[in-house]
Design a protein around this ligand. Structure first.
Ligand code: SAM
Length: 229
């Protein structure tokens, strides 16, 4: 199994429905704050279930949702069939979009599941898709020194605040014996020190800065904003 198959199947990364709802509510609010204009064309790459897509689409001109997992895409297509502003794309369809056709590209919580070679390839796709005054935001990047324990602590803190603490304890115990844990041990997660990821982004033709806060609840992870150079 690889990471895309993992995300394509049934998994229990979200410890409860409440967790999934508050996760997407939080990232949708954070992403919405990054949309510069009501007519901006936004690409959410590695969008997952995108529970906040309808809300996000109200703050932008067009929203393209891209994900490599076919089952996720099929559900998104069904959910957003009547939404003129929202399109659902495969990675191949995304790569075939016209140059300069996006004002904002959001990549949240994806890099850990990509090899470095795949990341370099995608950076050049995102660079080509961005309009000259557009921006790429890459967030939830895991630094090498963040442990699974620290991730668990961040989840429990979020859960305590958002009212799903018991589910979080149960979920963490389940994750410890889950396919996620096995895949994490077998395939690993890609992690980046701040200078390394900034150098990779810059090498793809961007000026890049680290943002003061990450998207989502885990502030040990990092977010970057890059503009075409
Ligand atoms: C952790 S989820 C993130 C979902 C959402 N962005 C969020 O922050 O909640 C990672 C998503 O990336 C997708 N993914 C993994 N590899 C990908 C690739 N090479 N291209 C596009 N999507 C990919 C997975 O299918 C999954 O839906």
């Amino acid at each position: 199994m690889d990471w895309v198959s993992f995300w394509d199947g049934a998994h229990s990364i979200y410890v409860s429905d409440r967790h999934k709802q508050v996760h997407y509510a939080r990232i949708t609010a954070d992403i919405t704050a990054l949309v510069p204009r009501p007519d901006a064309r936004v690409l959410d790459y590695g969008c997952g279930e995108a529970l906040g897509a309808q809300d996000l689409s109200r703050s932008c001109g067009a929203l393209a949702l891209a994900d490599a997992a076919p089952t996720i895409r099929a559900k998104l297509k069904q959910r957003f069939a009547g939404e003129a502003k929202i399109s659902v794309l495969s990675p191949e369809e995304t790569a075939a979009l016209p140059s300069g056709s996006m004002d904002v590209v959001i990549v949240n919580s994806l890099l850990q599941y990509l090899s470095r070679a795949d990341l370099v390839g995608l950076l050049s796709v995102w660079r080509r898709l961005l309009a000259p005054d557009g921006a790429l935001v890459i967030a939830d990047v895991i630094p090498p020194d963040v442990s699974a324990i620290q991730d668990a602590t961040a989840l429990l803190t979020f859960a305590a605040r958002e009212g799903f603490l018991i589910a979080a304890f149960v979920g963490l115990a389940r994750t410890a014996v889950s396919p996620y844990r096995k895949l994490r041990a077998d395939l690993g997660l890609s992690t980046y020190a701040e200078p390394e990821i900034m150098a990779l982004i810059a090498a793809a033709g961007f000026s890049v800065e680290r943002l003061p806060t990450n998207i989502g609840h885990n502030q040990r992870r990092m977010a970057f904003r890059a503009v075409p150079r």
